[in-house]
Ligand binder design. Sequence first.
Ligand SMILES: [Zn+2]
Length: 127
Amino acid sequence: MGLKTVRKTQGNRPKHVPQRTCIACRQVAGKRALVRLVRTEQGVEVDPTGKRSGRGAYLHPYQECWQAALRSNRLEQALRTRISEANRQQLAAYMATLPLNAAADQAADEHHEVKSTAETHVSHPRP
Ligand SMILES: [Zn+2]
């Protein structure tokens, strides 16, 4: 692993959004639209910055995809690791904070829409 050395070129970077595949539903999405999970010595953790080193896998920030990934052990396969029961529970706890699916997420966005333009924009930290 890690033999492919990707050189980081400063500047001169083509305007190209990195595309990643959700390991659950197999849909390709922009890297920022997905949550990265990284394999660490402590187990599998959510990587909100997307910058941690280690084998990573991507999932939509929706319970639907997480459930599928956890239930079918697709996450374990993608990360080539075993996920302990405690670790699984940590991931499940994170999953519980996510909207059920894209439709639920959009509905929530509409609901939270602020009418007043004077309001400061509440930024949604999207991993
Ligand atoms: Zn997905």
